[in-house]
Design a protein around this ligand. Structure first.
Ligand code: ADP
Ligand code: MG
Length: 698
């Protein structure tokens, strides 16, 4: 398909329930020319991909409005956000009111047994009572009708049927109480949706909105979307850095908590990289802007958190599908009750007790809370799907270079062959590695600079992933790398000793003759053993180290960690190993740096990239990106996943059992409609409380 499609982001107002995003989604997807649409409850937005030739935004706008929601335009969204604060507050007050009122009503309901209902029915004319019910329930009825027109049956539709049933049999006070609880339910739901949104909004609130720019005339303050790469941004002490960039001059200590969740300040000076949304402590700096707004690391994190809802877990899909199956079943039970027991009151009770609001809410809320709480701690989780997979993962694969070690190896030994000097060997190798981004190449170049070897830019250059490089240096073919690529690599006693000591040895050949070997070593990350042990304690049964390095080099480090290892692997071998485990029914987590192991990370059920701050590739490639370059994030995120799934399952089992009991009692006429109405609103509160626990880090 030629890609002439346009993608537009719309800000949607009025989505206050779990069903809402589905309703909006189905309304938009039926507009002609819409190719795909994703609606996000938490960030209140719809991302629509459409064919501009066959559709227009007005049609989408009116579809949304017909479904009972609003499309806000960009500028208005901001001001409404501020208004939103007040609106949210008044809504909260209303909620508290609603709940208190509900509690009072529960007491009043007890009056049913004391004849209160009969007394009311006898004294107040039916027409007045019925009118009050219709008036009081109007906002809910309206939504039910609008949803029905977009061919969606919501759980409030069933309750509305219950209201109708109660009115038909002349019990308007019962209808009134049902309406009351429907309204209470509405408030609880919107309160809950709000709570969930907070997890994301707290994050967006940290996004910089303006920047002070150096222009020839002096300093000007610009809104962030007018800043362009190359601008020089001035940051004073205590200010939030507005862009990603490089420090040109000045010194400062930076609190990077907004990105990494780590508040320990980092020192920066000329040449250092800084990130948007982090805060300058002492000292002022001038920053050369490279990435701005949505392109900055922080901007990408926000987008991914906002869109995490799209990566639904199986439980979430189950919950979504559940209401589709559940509501017809309840309707069936209600009909059976009516046909078999000829009891209109029990039928109304069945319709009322079955509201499945909480089932639809429980899962997304819990997932969102965890994604939001994770993002604040520098753990970017791209969706509930990965939390679910991570919670049941049993295999952890670790890429060695850059993951177990800092990825900044240094040359520790130089072993030139006879007739070749140390300088010549290092100089040749470093020149061949001129264009390579591999950490080993970096080490060789650094050694070359240190030893003042003359470096030459190679002519032809070729990097062979997992093996080494081949390049033309001063007209001669130079190959640097492992035994696989340097065919006549010689295993001198020195080489063997270095390798068995865990060092990485690369060989250098020139015009097919080996001119020596160079040993490099990388500092292991000190926190790894504890983190690996913690992951094991969280239930990861098999941990394996995968490396392109030799077995000798891998053995030492694997033994220290007490894990298995496989060595001499090419990048495609790593992917094959992940597949092997998956074929055996394992759920595989792979931890890497997200740069040269991206394909294996993508193949794993959950690919975790370490130290992803500032690395677009890593953020893009991984399912979970750890902004901080610290292994403790691995067991942390596993812990979050397990806890989330525990709470999700608890919510589901609780609502399932609760509704089953409620339905049974209602069908047998034990639970009167009034109590049924009160009873169905309780699980929402329970679930709200249970899921909000995830907002608090443990
Ligand atoms: P790992 O699996 O540990 O991340 P790689 O797959 O990146 O390691 O590399 C595996 C091996 O290939 C290295 O140990 C080294 O011998 C060789 N190699 C790869 N790239 C280079 C390079 N640019 N220069 C020298 N050797 C290299
Ligand atoms: Mg690697």
């Amino acid at each position: 398909m030629p890609d002439t499609n346009e993608t537009t982001e719309l800000s949607i107002g009025g989505m206050d329930c779990a069903d809402c995003s589905q309703t909006v989604r189905s309304a938009i997807s039926r507009v002609a020319g819409v190719v795909s649409v994703e609606v996000y409850l938490a960030s209140e937005k719809a991302v629509v991909t459409r064919d501009p030739a066959r559709s227009n935004l007005d049609a989408i706008r009116s579809a949304v409005e017909n479904a009972g929601y609003r499309v806000r335009n960009g500028a208005a969204a901001g001001s409404e956000e501020r208004l939103g604060g007040a609106a949210a507050l008044s809504r909260r007050v209303l909620t508290v009111f609603g709940i208190m009122f509900g509690a009072v009503m529960v007491i009043v309901i007890a009056g049913e047994w004391f004849g209160l209902i009969d007394a009311l029915t006898a004294r107040v004319p039916y027409a007045i009572g019925a009118a009050a019910v219709v008036f009081g329930g109007f906002p809910v009825f309206e939504k039910v009708i609008r949803a029905a027109m977009s061919r969606r049956i919501t759980s409030h539709a069933l309750m509305s049927l219950g209201v109708v049933a109660a009115l038909v049999i002349g019990e308007w006070p019962t209808a009134a109480v049902i309406v009351l609880f429907m309204r209470v339910g509405e408030y609880t739901e919107s309160f809950t949706a709000d709570r969930a949104r907070h997890a994301v909004k707290d994050l967006t609130a940290r996004a910089p909105t303006s920047a002070r720019i150096e222009r020839d005339a002096g300093e000007i303050e610009l809104p962030i979307d007018e800043v362009v790469p190359g601008d020089v941004v001035i940051v004073r002490p205590g200010e939030r850095i507005p862009v990603d960039g490089k420090v040109i001059s000045g010194n400062a200590t930076i609190d990077q908590a907004a990105i990494t969740g780590e508040s320990m300040p980092v020192e920066v000076s000329a040449g250092s990289e800084v990130f948007a949304a982090t805060i300058a402590g002492l000292g002022a700096i001038r920053v050369h802007a490279t990435k701005i707004g949505p392109d900055s690391t922080f901007g990408r994190v926000i987008t991914m958190v906002e869109e995490a809802e799209a990566n639904k877990s199986d439980v979430q899909r189950f919950a979504d599908r559940f209401s589709g199956v559940y509501l017809p079943i309840v309707l069936g039970i209600a009909m059976l009750t009516f046909l078999v027991r000829r009891d209109a009151i029990a039928t109304a009770a069945v319709l009322v007790v079955a509201c499945s609001c909480s089932i639809a809410l429980a899962t997304p809320i819990a997932m969102l809370a965890s994604v939001g709480a994770g993002a604040k701690r520098g753990l970017l989780i791209k969706g509930g799907k990965y939390l679910e997979l991570l919670a049941r993962a049993d295999v952890l694969l670790i890429d060695k270079t850059g993951t177990l070690t800092f990825g900044r190896p240094r040359v520790i030994d130089v072993l030139p062959a006879a007739g070749c000097s140390r300088e010549e060997l290092i100089g040749t190798a470093a020149s061949a590695e001129f264009f390579s981004e591999h950490p080993i190449a970096e080490a060789l170049r650094a050694a070359g600079r240190e030893m003042n070897c003359p470096l030459a830019e190679p002519g032809r250059f070729e990097a062979v992933p997992g093996q080494g490089v081949r390049a033309d240096v001063d007209g001669r073919t130079v190959v640097v790398g492992g035994r696989r690529i340097v065919s006549d690599a010689s295993d001198s006693p020195g080489v063997v000793e270095l390798e068995s000591d865990g060092k990485t040895v690369v060989f250098v050949s020139r015009d097919g003759v080996c001119i020596g070997a160079i040993a490099v070593a990388d500092t292991p990350r000190p926190e790894v053993p504890a983190a690996v042990a913690a992951a094991r304690a969280e239930g990861i049964r098999r941990i394996e180290l995968l490396t392109g390095d030799t077995a000798a080099a891998a053995r030492a480090i694997a033994a220290e960690l007490g894990v298995e290892f496989r060595a001499d692997l090419l990048p495609e071998d790593k992917i094959a190993i992940v597949r092997e485990y998956q074929a055996d029914g394992h759920t595989v987590v792979m931890v890497g740096d997200g740069v040269n192991d991206a394909p294996a990370l993508a193949q794993a059920d959950v690919g975790i990239a370490m130290g992803a701050a500032g690395s677009d590739v890593a953020i893009e490639a991984a399912h979970i990106a750890l902004m901080r370059d610290d292994w403790s994030g691995v067991p942390d995120v596993i812990r979050i996943a397990r806890r989330t799934m525990r709470i999700v399952k608890m919510n589901l089992v609780f609502t399932g059992v609760y509704n089953l009991i409620g339905l049974t009692l209602a069908a047998f006429g034990i639970l009167p409609p009034i109590l049924a109405a009160a009873a169905q609103s309780l699980p929402d509160l329970g679930i709200l409380g249970n899921s909000s626990r995830l907002l608090r880090p443990k």
